[in-house]
Design a protein around this ligand. Sequence first.
Ligand SMILES: Cc1cc2nc3c(=O)[nH]c(=O)nc-3n(C[C@H](O)[C@H](O)[C@H](O)COP(=O)(O)OP(=O)(O)OC[C@H]3O[C@@H](n4cnc5c(N)ncnc54)[C@H](O)[C@@H]3O)c2cc1C
Length: 472
Amino acid sequence: MQRLLKAHALHGRYGKNQSRALQLGQQGALYQSRAVAPRNCLSAAPVIVIGGGIAGLTAALELLSAQREVVLLDRDVEENFGGLAKESFGGILVVDTPIQRRHRIRDSVALAFSDWTRFGGLSPADGWPYRWAEAYVNECRAEVFDWLRTHGVRFLPMPHWVERNGNSVPRWHIVWGSGERLALQLIDRLRSHPRTAALTLRFSHRVERFLVSNGRVTGCAGLREDTGEPFEVTGDAVLLAAGGVNGSLDEVRRHWPADSGKAPAELLNGAHRYADGALHAAVAQLDGQIGDLSRMWNYAAGVRHWRPRKPDHGISLVPPRGALWLDECGARFDPPLLAGLDTSAQVARIARSGGVSWQILNRRIAIRELAASGAEFNPSLRDRRPLAFLRDMLFGNRWLVDTLLRRCPDFIVAHSLPELVAGMNASDCERRVNLACVERAVRDYDAAIARGDRHADPQLANIETARRWKGD
Ligand SMILES: Cc1cc2nc3c(=O)[nH]c(=O)nc-3n(C[C@H](O)[C@H](O)[C@H](O)COP(=O)(O)OP(=O)(O)OC[C@H]3O[C@@H](n4cnc5c(N)ncnc54)[C@H](O)[C@@H]3O)c2cc1C
């Protein structure tokens, strides 16, 4: 059984306008008291960075290089420095890279911008999100790809092609070592920075509000979670990098996109548990600008983590292209839900149909195609073991399949359809699955495969198209 999973997408670093990076728009709050000083401008008062995820880390690193004093505050413990990026897969959208060119992929800033604005429904009237998209496509090659490489981050030699409806060409560049390596590498660079003496790191510091003086933000205040003591920090500027609002499922429901039906009764969480929107509220109180929070990023195939590290902890499965995707009653979505094209559209259709879906696959498809996002479920990538990674790519991630089948409560294994449907109905899903619907869906799909008529079934056509790009 699969539930919708909330996670925040796209690694980004703070650009000059210090808005947050999202592939399909913008989400997040921004409040700064003054623009960050240009390079080489010395200032005695520190810049306060709130949040030690990938955004805060990157900002801190750049600020140190720009000769600033930095105080970085994070609510979490030091062991979790790096935030959600440490758990992530590590795919980054970049435009017109040498890796793309090596594969004769003709990408350009103009193409990427047109893809982004078309797919994300952005127009100049959207203001900041539109300008963010424009800035990102123009600068990501130098400011993300080249910058990361100068900091020792390496990428797989072939880009992946995700969200095909929104990307005319493959642009997803995967960090060798996953998001965990990405975060650890930047933490290492921060700690070994020549100006590391200008950096103060404070963990277990929960920021609750901003300090304002003469109409200008001069610092922040909150509570130390380790001692219970209050604290205040003042500085020259405050940069908020405390994640989105998605760590709170109440916030997700509150801002659920109007065109995506009703928020499902049951959602799983893939976001940082402290990215709960509390500081968005503090920004709003000061009349700060907040992006459109309904432009959120959800995944369609979430299953429960068997060893949760946070409430409602979900795992995001990468929907297998060959699996039969059924609604909560067991009928195949009509037209079929197609994997790899448009995640938000999948989410909207599943939400409108009740919020729960099922995918049926045999062991062969599972071995070849079943994947889960994140460092935890891709150990050969995370641990940078080239031979094991190649084996997983060519023959499938058997460890993952076996682990999910053995441990995940949302997987059901059976040797016949009646047995399978009985298992589905024994799960805690409220709606009963109809055996006749499932049998019809499987029979029709098998018949289309047997006929070999790939164009009679959009899912088979989708598989055929996907196979043409060897990176997938
Ligand atoms: C399994 C998985 C796979 C993913 N794969 C990808 C991928 O391939 N590509 C991609 O682009 N994205 C991916 N993502 C999403 C990506 O990891 C996140 O979007 C990104 O890491 C968010 O970074 P951030 O710095 O904005 O926020 P976060 O990492 O959420 O960091 C926010 C920080 O702020 C701190 N904080 C929050 N509130 C307070 C407060 N009040 N006071 C002080 N500190 C506070 C938190 O403790 C935290 O350390 C994935 C996510 C998951 C879960």
